[in-house]
Design a protein around this ligand. Structure first.
Ligand SMILES: [Zn+2]
Length: 80
């Protein structure tokens, strides 16, 4: 997904790797003691456990794709 249209009308570019508009999140409970002890942590495998978040640089909405880009995201907007 090289770009997406935010609900505010801004086209959010995602083509750059890494992208300043894309964030990755993971629940604290999914980071295990083994992960902390593993100096050779496989970042590629670890990355797959994370949810993708797209942040609109204009309105700051967050689109959380916990089931991948193929599914509808949860959308969070700043309170007034
Ligand atoms: Zn926006």
């Amino acid at each position: 997904m090289p770009k997406m249209l935010c609900r505010c009308g801004k086209v959010v570019g995602l083509g750059e790797i890494p992208s300043s508009n894309q964030w990755m999140i993971i629940s604290d409970t999914m980071i295990t003691d083994e992960d902390w002890d593993d100096n050779g942590l496989n970042m590629s495998d670890f990355y797959k456990k994370m949810d993708i978040v797209v942040k609109c640089p204009e309105c700051k909405r967050l689109y959380i794709y916990s089931k991948g880009f193929g599914n509808e995201p949860e959308v969070y907007n700043l309170e007034e």
